[in-house]
Design a protein around this ligand. Sequence first.
Ligand code: GLA
Length: 368
Amino acid sequence: MTDGVWAAPGRVNLIGEHTDYNDGFVMPFALPHTTVATAARRDDGVLRLHSADAPGDPVELRVADLAPGRRTGAWTDYPAGVVWALAEAGHRVGGLEVRYTSTVPTGAGLSSSAALEVVTALALNDLYGLGLERGPLARLCRRAENAYVGAPTGIMDQTASASCTEGHALHLDTRDLSRRQIPFDLAAHGLELLVVDTRVRHAHSEGAYGRRRAGCEAGAAALGVGALRDVSHEGLADALARIDDAEVRALVRHVVTENHRVERVVAHAEAGDFRAIGPVLTEGHASLRDDFRVSCPELDLVVDSALAAGALGARMTGGGFGGSAIVLTESAASPAVAGKVLGAFEERSLTAPRVFTAVPSAGAHRVS
Ligand code: GLA
């Protein structure tokens, strides 16, 4: 049945958290972990989906019947949502047979959902000759996630999966989707970025993410701006003085300082001063923990134990409430830092986290 094989990666976000639904800046890079789709066109209007991770019979859906009201809560909502979003946007897509395999950890804040969406969209784009560029393709995947799956996420993950390039971090303006590839070869500077998956699982479609988002919108409304992106770092103190609600004030403070942190990290990377990124990551964690309140004890434990072991910086990454943290360390110190983090979890009888070194990898592509 094969007409082709496509791959789309998960991502890790270096800096710029909870800024993407505020029209702000983010700086993710693609992981070597991918979701691979082996796919072929079908002429009978049927979407037939198999996954190596969901053994059992393939799921069959009629493309013409897909609608947000028909979501099932299963993994198949993601590819079904993509097909629906493409059709809704006026693209002529028919049936598809797909087999998925994936090495992207699920529920770890590393965008396994975006990888699944983007690989599906890319396969359809090629098989049906839709001619979509990466930006619009990512937008349609986000539409699938928001309207079909029902998770109110921003555009970062889908864009990262679709548009990252090997050896680079992506500096993305989520307002106009303009992007720049920033060379990010930590190894050449004697550094490593560890990803520590706490194995504490999160779920975005649950209320906490949506409440943060609503709080940010309330902040923008109170300040009379379209989005918090429009509040400058210089104008932050004045802006905060105009917000009565203490919770909203804290959310606004996070978003505005986080956008500024993205600019600082980009400047350090462009100057080749990668060690200077460490403290900015750690500041970002404090802001997510104290102002945005999306961390959890396990994520804080990774950050605290890594810093105590001499890491240059550390923070939670992704949506939060569990998932993964990142740790910037000298390569020579990396085993000791990882050992300390694991030891801290063991001492507290917590499930051992999964630790790996993240290397900026390729975005979505056709394999064959
Ligand atoms: C999740 C969402 C993204 C973004 C992050 C937080 O990963 O999918 O759109 O909002 O959380 O930065």
